[in-house]
Design a protein around this ligand. Structure first.
Ligand code: DC
Length: 231
């Protein structure tokens, strides 16, 4: 049987969301990029003047906020539409102010507990590709297939720098690199659910690979798992 729940983890700009979305599309599965949920909480806190260092207040907000990730409502290059309390925040959650603070917000235990609860509920029916930092390790430890995607930090910074240019939000490469290093450090050294290679994960290093190459390799892996001889 083909894997029904597919967990993909890895650091920022490792290529996981591009490939995950295409795998989900190809298989007719649901796709959830869980990073958008932490981003949505961060953006809502900024918008509502909730101090980001106030863990209790940010946690209350995370519990009260209604986050929906639905099919794209506008044809502007988005993979999905993100709504918080009904408001379209799809691009706002990509702002540098969110990039700079989302790692802090995602260290909060109560915020994580709430996000994990919602993510597990979405995954209940299977046929899902879920992307994040702790999917194979914490959210869906029994996932049928676990992937860990990585790439050299300089290459990941280059990809993010390019993305920002394309969205007319240019930033100096050195600043993007510094932010990437800082986020890597917070994400992999936090106490709760740090970014790690989950037990049983297949590791892809995408530094030298195009999105097409990674996609082809991942689809081949999924086909092999679905092969009767492997059952
Ligand atoms: O994948 P991304 O860059 O959109 O993720 C934004 C932040 O959210 C990232 O710095 C770490 C956090 N995150 C997390 O802690 N756990 C997840 N499952 C997904 C994202």
């Amino acid at each position: 049987m083909k894997p029904s729940t597919i967990a993909i983890d890895g650091p920022a700009a490792s290529g996981k969301s591009t490939v995950a979305e295409r795998v989900a599309h190809q298989l007719g599965y649901l796709y959830l990029d869980t990073g958008v949920m932490y981003r949505a909480v961060t953006w809502a806190a900024i918008q509502r003047n909730v101090p980001l260092e106030d863990e209790a207040a940010v946690t209350d907000l995370a519990r009260a906020l209604h986050i929906d990730v639905v099919s794209p409502s506008v044809d502007d290059g988005r993979q999905y539409t993100v709504l918080t309390d009904g408001v379209d925040v799809t691009w706002d959650i990509r702002r540098p102010a969110v990039d700079a603070n989302v790692s802090l917000v995602s260290t909060y235990r109560g915020v994580r507990a709430e996000m994990v609860r919602q993510q597990r509920r979405v995954a209940q029916g299977g046929r899902i590709v879920m992307v994040g930092r702790d999917i194979g390790s914490v959210v869906l430890p029994d996932a049928d297939l676990k992937i860990y995607m990585d790439a050299a930090v300089e290459e990941r910074a280059r990809r993010r720098w390019l993305e920002l240019q394309e969205r007319s939000k240019p930033m100096a490469y050195d600043d993007v690199l510094a932010m990437m290093r800082s986020r890597d450090q917070i994400d992999s050294q936090r106490d709760i659910s740090p970014l790690c290679i989950p037990a049983g994960a297949v590791v892809f290093d995408t530094t030298e690979l195009s999105a097409e190459e990674v996609l082809a390799q991942l689809l081949a892996l999924i086909e092999r798992q679905g092969c009767p001889a492997d059952e």
